[in-house]
Design a protein around this ligand. Structure first.
Ligand SMILES: [Fe+2]
Length: 285
């Protein structure tokens, strides 16, 4: 009985006020707004329709047509192209990144390349503060520039409630440059290139503390949080359409709802980023 009670105890942690937590929507790309997330002044910023129909359709077409697209299993079902860090050593991740980066660069090599537009804008905004953005590196090797994902999970969530900052403390990758973000905001970049009905982003107004993470056994993974453990936290359900780009503080517990039309096609270009020192924003995937 005690064990059951322990399992559903609500998480405790940091919660922001309404000004911080209410998603900030823009109808054009405002790179300075990304700095609000990177500096911890905002939980979530959304750039509606940043990627044009021609561009996102072409990215989706190339993703589904690529012989390099791979299947991801039970813990996050769907298809992907790119390298992800989850459960890998630094060497494994960088080996995979080395292989996929030319493939990703080729896939994204279209007029209006959204990844290039995003990072060019962010570079300009950061330069005004004397800072820069670059891929996370390790002994001269660089991270995967992005990860293309299509979520196929069914049930309550296509992607279960989780946080993105716990895995940055994974001892398997302790030597990786991303470790520098621990204790600073970890920003998740999402560019939606394909979405049908549903597929909302669910964002809870809590950054779980270490004690809650340890109790749930997610201190190095950030996943999964039982939804009962999130009761009492404010929550935002954010509609996402093709062409929308959004950046949020991944230390907040978040999830993706399944598509409601049975087509199960929510395809996104993903990236992670954060300050690793006072002047450098590093990216990984
Ligand atoms: Fe996430």
């Amino acid at each position: 009985m005690i064990g059951q009670k322990e399992a559903v105890r609500t998480v405790t942690g940091w919660r922001g006020d309404a000004n911080y937590f209410t998603p900030r929507e823009y109808y054009t790309f405002v790179p300075e707004a990304v700095l609000d997330v990177l500096h911890g002044r905002a939980a979530c910023v959304i750039f509606r329709g940043m990627v044009s129909h021609d561009v996102y359709s072409e990215v989706a077409r190339r993703f589904w047509g690529s012989p390099h697209r791979r299947v991801r299993g039970a813990e996050a079902p769907g298809y992907y192209l790119g390298a992800y860090t989850w459960g890998k050593s630094t060497a494994e991740y960088l080996d995979e990144s080395e292989i996929v980066n030319p493939i990703l660069e080729d896939l994204l090599d279209i007029p209006g390349n959204p990844v290039k537009e995003f990072y060019d804008g962010l570079s300009r905004a950061l330069a005004a503060e004397g800072c820069l953005v670059r891929t996370a590196e390790h002994r001269g090797r660089r991270s995967s520039i992005a990860l293309l994902r299509s979520w196929h999970g069914a049930g309550d969530f296509a992607l279960a409630p989780h946080d993105d900052d716990s895995q940055c403390t994974d001892p398997l990758m302790a030597d990786f440059e991303r470790t520098g973000v621990v204790g600073r905001p970890v920003a998740a970049l999402n560019m939606c290139v394909e979405n049908h009905e549903g597929g909302r982003l669910v964002l809870w107004n809590v950054r779980p503390d270490d004690e809650s993470k340890r109790r749930l056994g997610v201190e190095f993974t950030g996943s999964p949080y039982p939804v009962e453990a999130l009761e009492g936290s404010d929550v935002e359900y954010i509609e996402i359409d093709s062409g929308d780009v959004y950046v949020f503080n991944g230390a907040h517990v978040h999830a993706v709802e399944p598509n409601t039309d049975g087509l199960q096609t929510r395809t996104t270009i993903l990236g992670m980023m954060g300050f690793i020192d006072d002047h450098t924003v590093a990216t990984w995937s």
